[in-house]
Design a protein around this ligand. Structure first.
Ligand SMILES: [Zn+2]
Length: 280
């Protein structure tokens, strides 16, 4: 028999804790069983949403973003997230990356804590099967699931920190899975993020709207800011950067042509990392 290891995963069928019964599958006390693809993420979408794992990012976009991030263009954001961990993440704590994509930041944060000698349990979910599987294969010490941030397959009050990096926000779910006094950390683009890229593509570029910081059920604790100019010297990286932005979906043919003609670009990148605490 294998040892049963506790997790924070919740059975999408009956709501009980899922145990790891070996390296490849998870099981609850009611014998609902969830297999993992080889070294991949476990599939924890509810039974009535079986096909949803094909939504989210397509494989080409995931691959382009992974290559872009691996070149370190956004390493300053990772460093800033790690500063927030140093200040607010407890020894032996549990972190959930809600909307983790291909796991660049998840892995980076885990490795940072490991270097500091802080033990931690890391979990990540993403609705994209491609992205979750990439993430899982890139770091076997993190537990990844294909799941929605709007229906987290995560037990109540099981996390010390929930992280959301340019991912959809679901305050009720984040509240539910956080322990009392747990922290919510959110990364958002600053007003001038990618300003030069927008200037190069659009007739009339707009600054990003930075909303006020209040969130229901959370107390605002701290804001970190980071900013860096990055220089891209090939079209592939510029294209990947553009496709990571929310405006990629509403670009006219003329603007796409301008983007296509760009083979070098220096642009500002600027982020805010906001830390909140769950209100009792
Ligand atoms: Zn079950």
């Amino acid at each position: 028999m294998f040892d049963l290891l506790e997790t924070i995963w919740m059975c999408p069928v009956c709501g009980k804790m899922l145990f790891k019964n070996d390296a490849l599958s998870l099981q609850c006390e009611n014998h609902h069983n969830f297999d993992r693809a080889r070294r991949g993420a476990v599939y924890l979408l509810p039974p009535n949403r079986k096909n949803a794992g094909n939504s989210g990012d397509n494989p080409e976009m995931v691959q382009a973003r992974r290559q872009f991030l691996q070149k370190g263009y956004y390493s300053h954001l990772l460093d800033t997230l790690c500063q927030a961990l140093d200040a607010y993440f407890p020894e032996n704590g549990t972190l959930l990356d809600a909307g983790c994509g291909e796991g660049y930041y998840t892995k980076g944060m885990r490795m940072h804590l490991e270097k500091q000698g802080v033990s931690a349990n890391f979990y990540g979910v993403d609705i994209s099967k491609t992205a979750s599987n990439y993430a899982s294969r890139a770091d076997s010490l993190i537990n990844y699931a294909v799941a929605s941030v709007f229906h987290l397959p995560v037990l109540d009050e099981s996390c010390d920190m929930v992280v959301s990096i340019f991912a959809p926000y679901c305050g009720e779910e984040f509240q539910r899975v956080l322990r009392q006094d747990g922290f919510f950390v959110m990364a958002i683009p600053s007003a001038k993020h990618l300003w030069e890229l927008k200037q190069a593509v659009y007739d009339k570029p707009y600054e990003n709207q930075v909303k006020d910081y209040s969130l229901d059920g959370f107390q605002f604790v701290k804001k970190y800011e980071c900013q860096k100019y990055i220089s891209l010297d090939n079209h592939e990286d510029i294209q990947a950067l553009f496709e990571m932005t929310p405006y990629a979906y509403r670009t006219s043919p003329k603007e796409k042509e301008r983007l296509f003609a760009l083979d070098s670009l220096t642009t500002e990148t600027a982020f805010e990392v906001l830390v909140y605490q769950k209100v009792r």
